[in-house]
Design a protein around this ligand. Structure first.
Ligand SMILES: C[S@@+](CC[C@H](N)C(=O)[O-])C[C@H]1O[C@@H](n2cnc3c(N)ncnc32)[C@H](O)[C@@H]1O
Length: 241
């Protein structure tokens, strides 16, 4: 006969076996590791508890552009395991990590990862398309989003949140990494629809150190997106392709 609670114990055992801690290194110009970030990943979960390649690429970009991040207010959307936001905190940003308010496990894991790395970030639920009071005071200078463009049915809600945050904080920028696959033209279309423009578009592998690039694959782009203050006629000639 099985003890009461044994199912729970088994679940916990399985969870333990599915959980790993990965280390992510950031190297300065002299090729010496400056620091590493530890991430708790859980292979059982589909999305938010895994470090996706887009996140590795965006985190490396934050590290290489660290002069922009020192002292900045940074909000990461759909942060999941939160590597880019944690690197921003490490280089001196004031960071708010966010993910879907309904994904309690993901939010819990974000708090554990902050503790593990001794980084003091704010963690909050922020579901795309819900523009409630909690995001009114975020005032980000930089918004980050790694692999958040993967489900086309959520793109409009995501753009609503991005546009709101950009409008609430003049001069702010959204920096994202995404797989250049079928939704690509939809992203361009929605960007124009929401009054945004792309000011930088680069191949995500173009700045990645070799030792990181050889572990990853895919066609990943990095884009910097801002509010478009130009007239529609000017926009049609200045959209980045
Ligand atoms: C593909 S994962 C990327 C996670 C992480 N940024 C990375 O690159 O490792 C997508 C993330 O978006 C979050 N997400 C999905 N739908 C969302 C929504 N409607 N509102 C907020 N976050 C959402 C998921 O919980 C997940 O963490």
């Amino acid at each position: 006969m099985r003890d009461v609670g044994s199912d729970k114990d088994e679940d916990e055992m399985t969870d333990k076996h599915m959980t790993t801690v990965s280390q992510h290194y950031f190297v300065d110009e002299s090729d010496k590791p400056s620091f590493s970030i530890a991430i708790i990943e859980n292979m059982k979960e589909e999305y938010g508890l895994f470090v996706w390649p887009c996140s590795v690429i965006l985190a490396e970009y934050v590290w290489q552009q660290r002069y922009r991040f020192s002292g900045a207010n940074v909000v990461e959307l759909g942060a999941g395991t939160s590597l880019p936001g944690l690197v921003a905190a490490k280089v001196g940003s004031n960071v708010t990590l966010t993910d879907d308010s309904n994904r309690i496990e993901v939010l819990k894991n974000m708090r554990r990862v902050c503790e593990m790395n001794k980084l003091n970030c704010r963690v909050m639920g922020l579901t795309w398309g819900f523009l409630d009071a909690s995001i009114f005071d975020l005032n980000p200078n930089i918004i980050l989003g790694a692999d958040v463009f993967y489900d086309a049915s959520a793109f409009d809600d995501l753009f609503a949140t991005i546009t709101y945050l950009l409008q609430s904080s003049p001069g702010s920028v959204f920096i994202t990494t995404y797989h250049n696959r079928s939704g690509h033209h939809l992203i361009e279309f929605l960007m124009v629809k929401w009054g945004l423009k792309c000011v930088k578009l680069v191949d995500g592998f173009s700045f990645l150190p070799h030792y990181k690039a050889r572990e990853l694959n895919g066609n990943i782009q990095l884009a910097e997106i801002v509010l478009n203050h130009e007239s529609p006629e000017e926009t049609s000639t200045s959209t980045v392709r």
